[in-house]
Design a protein around this ligand. Structure first.
Ligand code: F6P
Length: 752
């Protein structure tokens, strides 16, 4: 638009200048022509009167002169006539002129003196006139006086004004034509082709069709060279994209390595730019007060470890409970904050809960009820009616927040995480049947007998079956879930497709073993920076203040499902059984306090501390102790240092959905060294077959496993690690997300 206005303004200015110059020329020409005409007419009149007037002057016949002057002085366009003597004094003149004529009249005096006719424009009595004087001579050439005609020239002004008026009209007509033609030309030849080109390029950028590039490129007139260049560019872009899309498709089929960029590309192709909505109880970033400052921490736990990298590349919305004591200070008016703080990549929307709601829903029903119900660790679940009421209420709160976020999204993709939000799928689908909802259950699913003790088992199952895709880490949990549904709900189970049909709605039940992120580039960089493992090891030993030949490491939330006391007892037994490792082997436990408002967890924390104290007391020497217990919230960077120097890593869960510590340890070992001792009751044991698998209840076996791991041949160690690394690298979190999202987006809804 701006260019059209600029073009029009400059063209109109040019037209204005041209019309003005032309008008000036025309006016001055016309003025000169009219003046000449006046002069001619005055001359004719003066000459025709000359003969009759001259003798009358000589005869001083003033009365007759008067009559002639009055007779001729009334002609059209003539204001009057005057006759002067040789001194410029009026002898006679038209009646009304007399008072206005100065005497002596200079033009009459000059005309007689110079003996020639003279004409000039002047104003007399406030009127503009053309005054023409002819000298009068007697027969003997003796000067007799002068005859002057006073011509009305107002018609000249009128004529000149008309010329200006006509030309102004011409200017407006021309300007209008210029404006119209400029607009048409600009539209046809510039803005039109540009708009078509832009639309064509937009289509090219966003096209969802499987064609190489949008049909015919637009025609462009003056833009033809540009269009032809852009078309070439577009073709190359389309071809590159088609290739990338083909790669994505092939990757989906062939299971080749998924990376953050391939997931990003996959999301673009498959989801066509749709946003992802992720909902969990635990938020990925918490603002907490530490002394006088506020820190933004990443909470311990597999959920965040796994899903933060996915959200970073998908730029969706993550809705979670704002549980950090400083969280409210960092959100906007919509309770949103962009995270991670150092590189904002997606939006975290925080939900606020009252202390009572948190107690009943999180500590109570979720963690004293469902957690021990699903983990077979012989910890009795506690079901309180008030907790259940809170649990329902909070699930409704999450549903409200989510429904608000998706209100403008068509068929949104929703990933709900974990046992805190079992009722959410049903609540959402009730209001938005077009939404595609997956519920990922991060913990195990027990057999029907175990689950059956929950007083609200049916309500929970109905809530979960609101999801279109219900996923667990391993097939075994899927089977347990289907058995449980079969046992407690009126429904149809398809054991071939692994789906539940209930009330016209189908829920697919599938395993998606969760994982960690793997980025070859990052790994290469880290490997270059920390290539000297020996230095890092010395540094860590110095920090701890203990000397040892072998280092074992454990990383856990302090939770009774993790088998921490069992692990320590196994270390005690190992030192008892293999005393040659006393002062040689040291175990570092990085334990993050968790759920400490629950009695069982507080008891566990005391038990862990007492066990460490007891074992250390029994074996420690002046410069060595067997267990270093670092109880704190450790960042991923800190944990990674310990992983990289450890000879063994122990994951001894009594029951665990997956356990990502096992996978994190493996992925951090770019040196292909280190041995993983892994509980057979952790979901990870299904994939990490080259770990040393143990039964955490069997202390004797675990003690031997430590010995076995520490004395493995280096080549055997690296072979095992290499194989496990290729499993985790391939089955990384991007693959998990890609596969899960693909499954969900291909779900066919009853409303479609
Ligand atoms: O692994 C199960 C899980 O509940 C995850 O969802 C979560 O990351 C982790 O345990 C930590 O639990 P919490 O959020 O209660 O600290």
């Amino acid at each position: 638009m701006k260019i059209t206005i600029r073009l029009i303004v400059s063209l109109v200015l040019v037209v204005a200048l041209a019309v003005f110059a032309f008008s000036l020329y025309q006016v001055s020409n016309e003025k000169a022509r009219l003046a000449r005409d006046l002069e001619r007419r005055s001359l004719i009149l003066a000459e025709s009167l000359q003969e009759s007037i001259t003798p009358l002057i000589q005869a001083n016949a003033i009365a007759r002169l008067n009559r002639i002057v009055e007779k001729f002085g009334n002609r059209e366009r003539l204001k009057g006539i005057a006759v002067f003597d040789t001194q410029g004094i009026i002898l006679t003149s038209t009646h009304q002129l007399k008072p206005q004529i100065a005497q002596p009249f200079p033009q009459a005096v000059n005309s007689v003196a110079e003996n020639r006719s003279m004409g000039s424009f002047m104003t007399l009595g406030g009127q503009k006139m053309y005054i023409y004087t002819v000298p009068l001579f007697e027969e003997d050439d003796y000067a007799a006086g002068a005859l002057t005609t006073f011509n009305d020239i107002s018609y000249i002004d009128i004529r000149l004004r008309e010329i200006w008026k006509d030309n102004i009209l011409r200017f407006f007509t021309l300007s209008l034509l210029v404006v119209l033609s400029t607009m048409l030309v600009v539209r046809w030849s510039i803005t039109g082709p540009i708009a078509r080109l832009a639309e064509w390029m937009r289509e090219l950028r966003t096209t969802k069709e499987e064609k190489v590039y949008p049909a015919v490129p637009p025609r462009g007139d003056v833009l033809e060279p540009l269009i032809s260049e852009v078309t070439h560019l577009a073709k190359s872009l389309s071809m590159a994209r088609a290739k990338a899309e083909e790669e994505v498709r092939l990757r989906l089929k062939s299971d080749s390595l998924w990376t953050s960029s391939s997931l990003k590309e996959y999301m673009r192709v498959e989801l066509k730019g749709k946003k992802l909505f992720l909902i969990s109880n635990r938020e990925p970033y918490m603002h907490v007060k530490e002394g006088r400052t506020t820190k933004c921490i990443v909470p311990a736990g597999g959920l965040v470890t796994a899903l933060d990298p996915v959200m970073r590349i998908c730029d969706g919305i993550w809705i979670a409970h704002g549980s950090g004591d400083e969280d409210r200070e960092f959100v906007d008016a919509h309770n949103k904050v962009r995270v991670p703080p150092e590189e904002p990549s997606y939006t975290l929307k925080r939900i606020w809960l009252t202390k009572e709601q948190e107690d009943g829903y999180y500590y109570g029903f979720s963690n004293e009820g469902l957690w021990p119900l699903c983990h077979i660790t012989h910890t009795r679940p506690i079901f309180r009616l008030e907790d259940w009421i809170c649990y329902q209420k909070v699930n409704e709160l999450f549903a409200e927040a989510l429904l608000e976020e998706i209100s403008h999204e068509e068929s949104p993709l929703i990933l709900i995480q974990d046992y805190h939000l079992a009722l959410l799928p049903f609540l959402v689908k009730q209001k938005r049947p077009d939404a595609k909802v997956a519920l990922f259950w991060h913990i195990p699913w027990p057999n029907p007998e175990s689950f059956g003790i929950c007083p609200w088992r049916q309500e929970i199952l109905i809530g979960m079956l609101g999801a279109d895709l219900m996923s667990f880490h391993i097939q075994f949990f899927c089977n347990n879930f289907l058995d449980t549904v079969d046992r407690f709900l009126e429904s149809q189970i398809d054991w071939e497709q692994f789906s539940v049909n209930r009330g016209g709605h189908a829920t697919l039940v599938k395993p998606f073993p969760i994982s960690v992120s793997y980025d070859h580039k990052v790994e290469t960089e880290v490997a270059t920076i920390h290539k000297d493992k020996r230095l890092l090891r010395e540094c860590i030993l110095k920090e701890i203040g203990i000397q040892a030949k072998y280092i074992g490491v454990g990383v856990d939330r302090i939770d009774y499902t993790k088998g921490i006391p069992e692990r320590f007892r196994a270390i005690e037994r190992f030192l008892e059984k293999y005393p040659e490792f006393v002062e040689e082997f040291m175990f570092i436990e990085l334990g993050a306090p968790s759920r400490d408002h629950i009695r069982k967890y507080r008891e566990l924390m005391s038990e862990v501390e007492e066990t460490v104290e007891k074992i250390n007391w029994r074996f420690q020497t002046k410069t060595w102790k067997p267990i270093v217990y670092l109880k704190a919230h450790h960042t991923h960077e800190v944990i990674d240092r310990y992983y990289r120097v450890a000879d063994i890593c122990m994951v001894t869960s009594l029951h665990d959905g997956m356990n990502l510590v096992a996978k994190e340890f493996i992925i951090s070992r770019y040196d292909d060294d280190g041995v993983l001792i892994l509980s057979q009751f952790a979901g990870a044991s299904r994939e990490l077959k080259d770990s040393v698998i143990v039964n955490p209840y069997d202390i004797e076996e675990m003690a031997d496993a430590i010995k076995y791991a520490l004395t493995l041949e280096p080549s055997e160690r690296s072979d095992r690690m290499e194989r496990m690394r290729s499993v985790v690298k391939e089955h990384n979190i991007y693959r998990w997300a890609g596969k899960l999202i693909a499954e969900l987006s291909h779900v066919r809804l009853a409303v479609e």
